[in-house]
Design a protein around this ligand. Structure first.
Ligand code: ZN
Length: 328
């Protein structure tokens, strides 16, 4: 098990053209050999986990609004917007299931009205014109209860607390909005949505960390370096960014807020499993669900010269657990 972390030496496989360029940024840790996609997460010994460079304190997150979004695909989603004490970005949870409830959203606040609660999305059941109570839906008969401190009491009639499929997705403007075939972020996002929609319950934590955390401007520069011959990992290193600077503990904190404490994680990235579990295993990954590129198993999916290189770099340089099928 390896984490992609800063190291002092130069990467081994830099092409000749890049060998003489000054590199301050770290090389990725060499990856493990590719294995067939297993269904259970790797076993991490406790002392191994302690040695990992993960913080043991979760960031503080607070859900400030939730809204129902009907989707073009069919299933309704509940978009949760979060603030936190780490950055000023608006991270999101895309939740499948009206009964998955955020602790911080539903907590009663001093002086607020039922209208205030409905406006920020802290209601049970479904909104309809003229509804006047957030904590009770007269049409379905569901009612929420709170303890003396205003915390939601989690009751099975109104609140889901089981195991769900979850995906941690990092924002990718180019892949999701600008139809880029340089990466498979848009496809993976759609596929995760399809699986969660079928399942009925689930959560995609959507982190605003464009380009593995380096920002869109730097990502565009990295693309130019790729056109000059670097792969996705090398390009980030040449720009003096770590190969993957994303902060997954925000995702953990959001999952804890939603009380999704045991998840089936949709990922090919073994590092993400440990990163999401955190030092104290606040969230447990009970199962890993592989994300196989559509083009590898259907006639659809992304076809481009760039995507081949991108997926190869993920497998060979970042230790992703993907086994490319042999074409006959
Ligand atoms: Zn992308």
């Amino acid at each position: 098990m390896t984490l992609v972390q800063p190291q002092a030496e130069k990467p081994d496989h830099l092409d000749e053209a890049f060998r003489n360029m000054p590199i301050v940024s770290p090389a990725p840790t060499p990856s493990e050999p590719i294995t067939a996609s297993p269904q259970s997460p790797p076993v991490v010994l406790e002392e191994e986990r302690r040695k990992l460079p993960i913080h043991d304190k979760l960031p503080v997150v607070r859900c400030i609004a939730r809204a129902r979004i009907p989707t073009v695909q069919g299933p309704e989603i509940f978009l949760h917007l979060y603030e936190n004490d780490v950055d000023n970005k608006e991270h999101l949870a895309i939740v499948f299931g009206e009964d998955i409830r955020s602790k911080t959203l539903f907590q009663q606040r001093p002086g607020e009205s039922q209208q205030d609660r409905m406006t920020r999305g802290a209601y049970v059941g479904k909104l309809f014109p003229g509804r006047d109570a957030a904590d009770r839906d007269d049409r379905t008969g569901q009612e929420l209860h709170f303890d003396k401190d205003g915390h939601l009491i989690r009751e099975p009639e109104t609140t889901f607390d089981g195991q769900v499929m979850a995906r941690i997705h990092s924002e990718c403007y180019t892949g999701e909005t600008a139809w880029s075939a340089r990466c498979d972020c848009g496809e993976q996002f759609n596929e995760a949505g399809r699986l969660l929609g079928e399942n009925g319950h689930g959560c995609i934590v959507y982190l605003r960390q464009e380009g593995r955390g380096i920002g869109l401007g730097e990502k565009l520069k990295a693309y130019n370096l790729q056109d000059l011959g670097a792969d996705t990992v090398q390009a980030n290193l040449l720009l003096r960014h770590p190969a993957d600077g994303r902060l997954f503990l925000l995702a953990t904190a959001i999952l804890v807020d939603l009380n999704l404490l045991e998840i089936k994680l949709l990922t090919n990235n073994p590092d993400k499993i440990i990163a999401v579990e955190g030092m104290n295993r606040d969230v447990k990954v009970a199962e890993r669900v592989p994300m196989v590129p559509l083009a590898w198993r259907t006639l659809e999916g992304i076809k481009s010269k760039e995507i081949e290189g991108y997926l190869s770099a993920k497998i060979e340089r970042m230790g992703h657990l993907l086994e490319k099928p042999i074409r006959i």
